[in-house]
Write a protein that binds this ligand. Structure first.
Ligand code: ISJ
Length: 480
């Protein structure tokens, strides 16, 4: 499909610069909404068998998996689950916003950009045509920018096949498909240093373990005084690798170990999250609320299996976890109802992950009017899964007790397409990487948190944050 007439000129392919093209300057969302940039997008199907997902998300046959395309690369974007989704690199556009209106500003800037742009897309499937990936700060007061990024090259894979979307400023020629395809191969020069002998260095972020225990106790004191009923606290660890480690290689590790999670990367925020904030496709929405956790332990497969069954029974029957879950579930349903003609929530079930089990509620709905995914994100965020109940009191306690700026941790992360649909998760099981890449002297900030209830045991809450950090820590080479 072509949305605006393509420019009347022959497409001459200019010599294409090598990898790591320079990022364009960031454009404030407010400026972009008033005076939108004009981009040209082109989506073409890729030959069958070139890109494929194995049953566990790994490579199938002679083809490449999506995350393998990122080997050795920096400046990547990723949105991959069970080997399918989107990966890309380069930046054709970067929109930035901050403050309480950051989500709405990005939404209207993207809408204006789409209207000012043109594209060719013979496929018209979710994720084809113009797509931007975003990562949004948890708090309106965060110093971290909330961004939407249009990659220069985006490769997608769904059940029907793979495609390639390129984005260039209007008036510039797209790289030829053959050229872009050749460049799907990771640059040999950027291959990671596989021999990093020393273990990474781990140090506390804003709170030591002792301080975190004190923060949990202080939160419980404030809850006992009637200030809030549930508060989600988090902490961070600084992990410094002994050698450079490419973002693309971290993502491959996450995708292989946590295939049922969304392996994401946007603007140096990376992770493998199990929590779907909202997917909007053909006006139908889906959301998966998680709250209430049991930790799994290491061990042989049979022992872990037996333990998981026992933990699942325990979690499903735990009054504390059920109450904690109910706050999160209610906050999501309440946020969605005004925007939907129908909202249905399944009874809670147990979701099993390699490191933890969660109570999970699947929500489905039909969106009223032309409400888009970013409007739904704005209505949902922050749910009581990552903030608390009541929301404002919990947010205040978080600021006062956690002592850190969460940045994009626990904020929305995902993608939006040309008509406002897309898929957004909560940026959990995640880390903020240094902007110029991980390496000695440039640590990753790894996050983990959990819901505090009046009856919580502080030591258990601390252990829960460690269990939730395990995916990122393992990808960074910490622990087993
Ligand atoms: C806050 C985190 O996770 C959230 C909190 C949970 C809980 O308290 O049980 C469970 C899932 C997530 O909604 C995290 O992973 O950092």
């Amino acid at each position: 499909m072509t949305r605006r007439p393509p420019p009347r000129r022959s497409e001459v392919t200019p010599p294409v610069a090598d990898h790591a093209p320079l990022a364009p300057p960031a454009l404030s969302a407010a400026r972009a909404a008033a005076s939108p940039p004009r981009l040209s997008f082109r989506t073409v199907p890729l030959p069958t068998g070139l890109i494929a997902a194995g049953s566990d998300g790994a490579t199938a046959g002679g083809s490449q998996g999506l995350l393998e395309l990122l080997a050795g690369r920096e400046d990547v974007v990723s949105w991959v689950r069970h080997g399918r989704g989107l990966v890309g690199w380069g930046q054709a556009l970067r929109l930035e916003a901050q403050g309480p209106d950051r989500i709405e500003s990005l939404r209207s800037a993207w809408r204006a950009t789409v209207y000012a742009s043109w594209w060719r897309d013979a496929l018209v499937r979710p994720g084809t045509g113009p797509v931007a990936l975003g990562t949004i700060a948890f708090s309106p007061d965060s110093a971290a920018a909330s961004v939407l990024i249009v990659p220069q090259v985006l490769v997608g894979l769904d059940a029907a096949g793979a495609w390639l979307t390129t984005a260039v400023p209007e008036g510039e020629a797209h790289p030829e498909v053959a050229e872009a395809l050749a460049r799907l191969r990771p640059p040999a020069s950027a291959r990671p240093d596989a021999s990093s002998p020393d273990a990474p260095m781990v140090s506390p972020g804003s709170l030591s373990e002792t301080d975190y225990l004190a923060a949990v106790a202080e939160t419980q004191r404030r809850m006992a005084a009637g200030e809030a009923r549930k508060v989600v606290l988090a902490r961070d660890l600084l992990v410094t690798p002994s050698a450079t480690l490419a973002t693309g290689d971290l993502l491959r590790h996450l995708g292989a170990s946590y295939p049922s999670c969304w392996t994401f990367a946007v603007d140096s925020m990376v992770g493998a999250t199990p929590e779907l904030l909202v997917r909007l496709e053909n006006r139908h929405l889906a959301s998966r609320v998680l709250a209430g956790t049991a930790r799994r332990h290491a061990g042989d497969a049979a022992a872990r299996e037996r333990e998981a069954e026992r933990l699942a029974r325990w979690l499903a029957a735990s009054a504390k976890n059920r109450a904690e879950h109910e706050f999160a579930r209610a906050s999501a349903v309440t946020a969605l109802e005004p925007l939907c003609s129908l909202v249905e929530a399944e009874p809670p079930r147990v979701l099993m992950l390699p490191n933890v089990l969660h109570l999970a509620t699947d929500i489905t709905g039909v969106v009223a009017g032309d409400t888009g995914a970013l409007s739904l994100v704005g209505a949902l965020h922050p749910t009581a899964a990552v903030c608390g109940t009541p929301s404002e009191a919990a947010a205040r306690i978080i600021v006062e007790v956690e002592g850190m700026d969460r940045g994009r941790y626990a904020g929305p992360v995902g993608w939006v397409d040309w008509h406002g649909e897309g898929e957004w998760c909560i940026a959990l099981r995640s880390a903020a990487l240094p902007p110029d890449g991980l390496g000695p002297g440039a640590p990753a900030r790894v996050f983990g948190g959990g819901g505090i209830m009046p009856e919580s045991v502080p030591a258990d809450e601390l252990a829960e944050t460690t269990a939730k950090m395990r995916p990122m820590l393992a990808a960074l080479g910490v622990g087993g």
